[in-house]
Ligand binder design. Structure first.
Ligand code: COA
Length: 148
């Protein structure tokens, strides 16, 4: 089942974010306060959607965040930004990640988006393959400026 995340899912989502070589360095599973604060902002934002994948045992084994962005270019086309796609290491290579991205594409269609985009760390081999298999192409270079 892919469903909207609730406050009860926050700890599971943080564990998913940390269950990854890059996430292990930047997440803190001991202090959930900043994540609960962020969840409140997400829940109050009608343009942002945080979803989880729940397996038959009711465990949260995947997550994804979508933001729907209005824009002027492409004749005012709406776009969907995918962030924080994660699948538990114990459940990878079983189609969960693909199911989450396919769900995201359905949501983007429902929101009448003409584009779906994402940033990916250049070291991520698995997600590169996953997105390419689903038809995504690397058309742009991403830039980031860290503010803290
Ligand atoms: C990327 C990630 C979400 C994939 O989730 P998943 O449930 O394992 O993905 P799927 O089972 O749907 O895999 C679909 C396809 O992606 C590719 N893929 C997935 N994992 C791969 C890996 N470790 N190496 C190479 N290709 C991989 C394969 O083409 C795979 O199809 P196949 O199993 O038939 O060969 C998961 O590995 C993950 O959470 N990684 C850490 C975080 C991350 O990179 N997130 C994305 C940030 S942009």
């Amino acid at each position: 089942v892919i469903r909207p995340a609730t406050p009860d899912d926050v700890a599971a989502i943080v564990n998913l974010l940390a269950d990854d070589p890059l996430g292990r360095i930047r997440e803190d599973t001991e202090d959930l306060k900043p994540y609960h604060d962020a969840f409140e902002l997400i829940a109050a934002d009608p343009r942002t959607s945080l979803a989880v994948y729940q397996d038959d045992a009711q465990s949260v084994i995947g997550c994804i965040q979508l933001t729907f962005i209005a824009g002027m270019s492409y004749r005012g086309e709406r776009r969907c930004l995918i962030e924080d796609l994660r699948v538990a290491t114990t459940h990878r290579r079983r189609g969960v990640g693909s199911a989450l991205v396919s769900w995201a594409l359905d949501q983007a269609r429902l929101q009448d988006c003409g584009l779906v985009e994402l940033f990916m760390h250049r070291d991520r081999v698995a997600s590169r393959q996953l997105y390419e298999r689903l038809g995504f192409g690397q058309e742009h270079d991403g830039f980031r400026l860290r503010m803290r």
